[in-house]
Design a binder for this molecule. Structure first.
Ligand SMILES: Nc1ncnc2c1ncn2[C@@H]1O[C@H](COP(=O)(O)OP(=O)(O)O)[C@@H](O)[C@H]1O
Ligand SMILES: [Mg+2]
Length: 232
């Protein structure tokens, strides 16, 4: 479904942030993206949500090579992707409800269905009393939950979330992780950038580890073995 081959990425004429990155994400897979601050997690996410193109190498998304794709076709592919941005990117003039409803309105979902689904999801993430609030009147954690609700409401084929539980307490963090697990069980492919070892350990998915521009894929088995070895 997604393939990066020898991908390099730099901002303008700056240094290469990603160097010879290679990986494949199968449909329905779930990966954590991990690495120190500044390692390039957000930059890699921007390639995955088709916000930027690689400086070199090949990127294949949904079976299509995107390197030479026109904006119009990229925009079409983007509709299959739900994104939780690290800095949320909520629309400030729209209520919580209207922010979450946006992806459904874009694809022409009937208003009655929108009312029910958006209301139910906002209730579920604990924002039932804030549906008409503007984002800037809410806390960081509340805004993050709106961003997550907006990313998942249209059941994307691919969900990308950049540190989506960073502003949440543990209980809400795990609750939202369970929401991602449910989506994954329904077939959504997921990549979550996170610093949280508590979350990565609890949900045993393979890890894409970025370090110094290089990416290494760790399958669950290898780190279970390592941790067992370190105990004995
Ligand atoms: N828009 C940008 N323009 C230029 N450099 C950037 C930009 N965004 C990030 N960088 C640089 O790219 C590197 C990786 O950043 P980022 O992808 O945000 O890492 P992470 O999300 O892992 O913390 C950092 O050195 C950062 O300063
Ligand atoms: Mg980041």
């Amino acid at each position: 479904m997604i393939r990066f081959e020898h991908v390099g990425f730099r901002y303008g004429v700056g240094p290469e942030i990603l160097t010879d990155v290679n990986f494949t994400l199968e449909p329905g897979s779930f990966h954590f993206l991990n690495g120190p601050s500044g390692a390039g997690k957000t930059s890699l996410m921007s390639l995955l949500y088709l916000g930027r193109k690689p400086s070199r190498g090949l990127v294949t998304m949904f079976g299509q090579q995107i390197n030479d794709m026109e904006q119009r076709n990229l925009a079409h592919l983007r509709q299959k992707i739900g994104v939780v941005f690290q800095e949320f990117r909520l629309l400030p003039h729209l209520s919580a409800f209207d922010n979450v409803a946006l992806p459904l309105r874009i694809i022409g979902t009937p208003e009655k269905e929108i009312r029910n689904n958006v209301g139910e999801l906002l209730e579920w993430v604990g924002l039932g009393d804030y549906t008409q609030s503007l984002p800037q009147t809410l806390s960081g954690g509340q805004q993050q939950r709106i961003a997550i609700a907006r990313a998942v409401i249209a059941r994307p084929k691919l969900l990308l979330a950049d540190e989506p539980t960073g502003n949440l307490d543990d209980e809400m963090g795990f609750r939202l992780m369970n929401l991602f697990e449910q989506l994954n069980n329904m077939g959504t492919t997921i990549v979550i950038a996170t610093h949280s070892h508590a979350i990565m350990d609890k949900f045993g998915h393979p890890r894409l580890i970025l370090d110094n521009g290089h990416l290494e894929v760790q399958e669950p088995k290898s780190w279970v073995q390592r941790s067992v070895e370190s105990v004995f």
